[in-house]
Design a protein around this ligand. Structure first.
Ligand code: GL2
Length: 833
């Protein structure tokens, strides 16, 4: 049984809106009905989990009706649709978001209050759906929300991982990975669709056969079959009537496969076979941006693409039978990075081998169907698969890739650069060498109608630095779609105070048209509005301070400046630059404890890939430095450092609305876009960042004078890199030298000298690949500017308001409309109830 709601609600999400009594009564009755008849308990003995399940069952009543309407409308009109293929969808929690999008949050809150329950506490029961690593997966989730909201016909396709991104525990300052079994007790949002199960062939060999007309054809004899079971998660559009579907595939063993072994008495072998098939969707690879090169990962990619394409073909054939002339007119497929590239040869194979089309017909369709989004320039992230893995798992696909490559090199490439073998070897899908490899990005570029980057600067670098030869061949193929985030989750649901302010100044439609928020600029000089804006921020900070205390035991003062860096841990994101600055600030406070500085709380959240040793060392260093600083009475609480464990979507929703400073400090040219930078600005944080990714477009909107920009530009980085010597910076800057050397002592790790030395080694002996030392002085200076402004409450409030007000173009609705108009030529479809 659950006790009456705590009087001190933890959340800053309370609104004062009046709520329709009849709706509250109806919601309450539904919840109680579900508690009794769906969950099988009663209000007196229900656990919080049971209450949450009953709330979900209530919300689902609304959702499933709308889903059917949506699907019937699209089928009836035979609409063109986009199919978003992504190995990751980082959905987070769905309850508050779905209630918000259905405009039922206040009703639900009041209904639960009448049961003596706090809606925020009940919703804490929901595990995050952490089926993604970071920005790329979260982008896919925001895009689903916008596709549904903007009424675009679409399906999202991905993998139903049994274990999402690992749960991070911090033990003695170090990251420990624990499994994330998000579905341990079932997920009430998803529906299994046995009627759409697919069987996927794998392995074996290809036999060449001669057809009666003398032509050669290939027949694939796979060695095994895997069953793909679809789970559907409905995605509710804001206020809209559309409900989009996210279809995630779970791998299972095919029964016929096991029965033979089983009947032959091999019960144990049959079980082993079963677990092999089920391994495919067992776990998400925990690398952000870098590729693992593992056989299982290619199998995962192929598995979900093959299931999805069969699903697409099945639906197409329902209205078009075996006539494929309309296929490319009805179907657009977006490849979210190179992870789903294998869908290209798989579509070719299905059309040729299973549907009987000629190669040319199949290529004509395939090359009009696919588009590719590049999300990173990091060379280690551009997937390349050894040819021998293809030979083993996908021999027929390899044959088709060779054919695509042959025709490309001897067609367009030979025509443009006759006899130029150097260009051919650069543009080839196959990389020659000791281990021959398939370059997945090349296959994407050759096949796709459009190739886009995710921020202006990134798209320029994709075109000019990553694929310059392709750009010469097809200049119009390359375009930009700057990322965006959904304002429903990232303002309306997570920052109710700010949402109310926007309701008052911009009217209630701003979540559908974020440009409307710009009116707040008019009030940015008015004290009354500044006070209101900063009161909202303060309340959010009070709530976060409570969370920090619960999670780490550290007390922080909500009046201090909250300086936040939350994102995956990676050297290019430079959490260690931040750490060096904190150490230098601490050092100066030790030297002069009475100096008049703004009290500051540095807040980190970051998961490191389990095999990325230096990233884990940086986490340890942040915790070690934090431990020392937080307990040093000499500095009188002017400085605190907290590392929040297990950073994830639901934690981001608490942190972002409470930030004063948003740290976006990647080495220029390395962060393709970033998306938390947009969320922070929307919620009134000022960006302390480099001219990288979408930061550039953020300050274009909000004004460079309202943010703290520092460091080398992309061009300067490119110019400096070849001649960079970190020792020059180390020797020239007294303060920098002192803090780097501090890492070598046992000051922060008593009794363990050298525990933080790997960071120093990477910065000096390993050449500081991300130019941390080069940007240190400029970074420090930017912090000084930030401190100065923070002391002037009115000026700070003004800058924060202007940031929040000018983020309209970073709504993911804008991104999705860009894709729809420029890449998919897709029209929205209003769904009638
Ligand atoms: C990323 C980029 O690193 C990031 O800058 C970008 O915002 C997102 C979404 O486009 O994509 N690429 C990538 O591989 N991951 C990202 O977050 N994991």
């Amino acid at each position: 049984p659950v006790k009456a709601a705590a009087k001190t609600s933890t959340s800053a999400t309370q609104t004062t809106a009046t709520v329709d009594k009849a709706q509250v009564k109806a919601f309450k009755e539904q919840v109680e009905k579900h508690l009794r008849t769906t969950i099988g308990t009663s209000p007196v003995k229900a656990s919080k989990l049971a209450w949450w399940q009953a709330v979900v069952a209530t919300v689902n009543e609304d959702i499933f009706g709308r889903l059917t309407d949506t699907q019937q409308t699209h089928a009836k009109n035979d609409t063109r649709a986009v199919h978003y293929l992504s190995a990751e969808f980082l959905m987070g929690r769905l309850t508050i978001n779905n209630l918000t999008n259905l405009e039922k949050f206040d009703v639900a809150r009041e209904a639960l209050k009448e049961f003596g329950l706090d809606i925020n506490e009940i919703c804490e029961e929901e595990p995050d759906m952490a089926l993604g690593n970071g920005g790329l997966g979260r982008l896919a989730a925001c895009f689903m929300d916008s596709l549904a909201t903007c009424n675009y016909p679409c399906v999202g396709y991905g993998i139903h991982y049994e274990n999402g991104l690992f749960r991070q525990e911090i033990r003695a300052g170090k990251q420990v990975e624990r499994p994330d079994s998000w579905r341990e007790y079932g997920c009430p949002w998803e529906a299994c669709r046995p009627e759409s199960v697919q069987n996927i062939p794998l392995g074996g060999y290809v036999e060449k056969q001669t057809a009666p007309d003398g032509s050669q054809c290939s027949v694939w004899h796979p060695s095994s079959m895997i069953k793909g079971v679809p789970w559907d998660i409905p995605v509710v559009g804001y206020r809209g009537s559309s409900v989009a579907i996210l279809r995630l595939w779970e791998s299972r063993s095919t029964e016929q496969f096991n029965w033979d072994v089983f009947n032959a008495g091999g019960y144990v072998d049959a079980q082993a076979e079963k677990s092999l098939a089920e391994t495919i969707s067992k776990v998400l690879y925990p690398n952000d941006s870098t590729e693992a090169g593992k056989e299982l990962r290619l199998t995962q990619q192929y598995f979900f693409c093959a299931c999805s394409l069969r699903d697409i073909l099945r639906r197409y054939k329902r209205s078009h039978h075996n006539d494929f002339s309309e296929f490319a007119a009805k179907i657009a497929i977006q490849l979210n990075d190179t992870h789903p590239t294998i869908a290209i040869p798989e579509l070719m194979r299905l059309l040729i081998d299973e549907e009987g089309l000629s190669y040319d017909q199949a290529w004509d369709i395939t090359s009009k169907t696919f588009n590719y989004t590049n999300h990173t320039l990091l060379p280690e992230a551009l997937e390349k698969w050894p040819v021998y893995i293809f030979e083993k798992l996908l021999p027929r696909h390899l044959e088709l890739i060779y054919e695509i490559n042959f025709r490309f090199l001897n067609g367009p490439v030979e025509a443009k650069w006759p006899g130029n073998n150097e260009i051919k070897s650069r543009l080839s899908i196959i990389e020659e060498g000791e281990v021959r490899k398939v370059r997945m990005a090349n296959l994407c570029v050759i096949t796709s109608e459009h190739v886009n980057g995710v921020a202006k600067i990134h798209s320029k670098l994709v075109k000019e630095n990553l694929f310059p030869d392709y750009a010469q061949l097809w200049p119009n193929k390359f375009c930009n779609v700057t990322n965006g985030v959904t304002p429903r989750r990232w303002i309306l649901s997570c920052n109710r105070g700010l949402a109310e302010l926007y309701n008052d100044v911009a009217g209630k439609d701003w979540p559908l048209d974020l440009d409307k928020c710009e009116v707040l600029k008019k009030y940015a000089d008015k004290k009354e509005y500044q006070d209101r804006f900063m009161k909202i921020k303060h309340d959010n900070k009070v709530a976060l301070a409570k969370t920090i205390k619960e999670l780490t035991g550290v007390e922080v003062d909500p009046n201090a400046m909250f300086d936040v860096q939350v994102k995956r841990l990676h050297e290019y994101k430079r959490q260690h630059l931040n750490l060096l600055y904190i150490m230098s600030l601490y050092k100066s406070l030790l030297e002069d404890p009475d100096q008049d500085i703004v009290p500051q709380v540095f807040i980190f959240g970051a998961k490191a890939a389990p095999a990325y040793t230096l990233a884990k060392d940086i986490i340890f260093a942040i915790n070690a430095v934090g431990e020392k600083i937080n307990n040093d009475l000499r500095i009188k609480g002017k400085l605190k450092v907290v590392f929040l464990p297990n950073y994830r979507v639901s934690l981001a929703e608490k942190i972002i609305p409470a930030a004063d400073i948003s740290e976006q400090i990647s080495t220029a040219g390395y962060e393709a876009s970033g998306t938390s930078n947009m969320k922070f600005s929307m919620n009134g944080a000022l960006t302390l960042g480099t001219m990288d990714g979408a930061n550039i477009e953020i300050v274009e909107q909000a004004g460079i004078e309202n943010n703290f920009i520092f460091g080398l530009s992309v061009d300067e980085v490119l110019e400096l890199k070849p001649r960079y010597n970190p020792w020059d910076y180390y020797n020239a800057d007294h303060d920098l030298k002192a803090v780097v050397d501090w890492l070598d002592s046992d000051f922060f790790t008593p009794g363990q000298p050298g525990a933080l030395s790997s960071i120093k080694t990477s910065l000096l002996n390993n050449g500081d690949p991300f130019l941390v030392l080069a940007d240190f002085a400029s970074y420090k200076e930017a912090h000084q500017r930030a401190q100065k402004l923070f002391k002037d409450k009115a000026k700070w409030a003004r800058a924060a308001m202007i940031n929040s007000a000018t983020m309209g173009i970073f709504s993911s609705d804008r991104s999705i409309r860009d894709y729809a108009e420029n890449i998919w030529t897709l029209r929205s479809q209003i769904v009638k109830k």
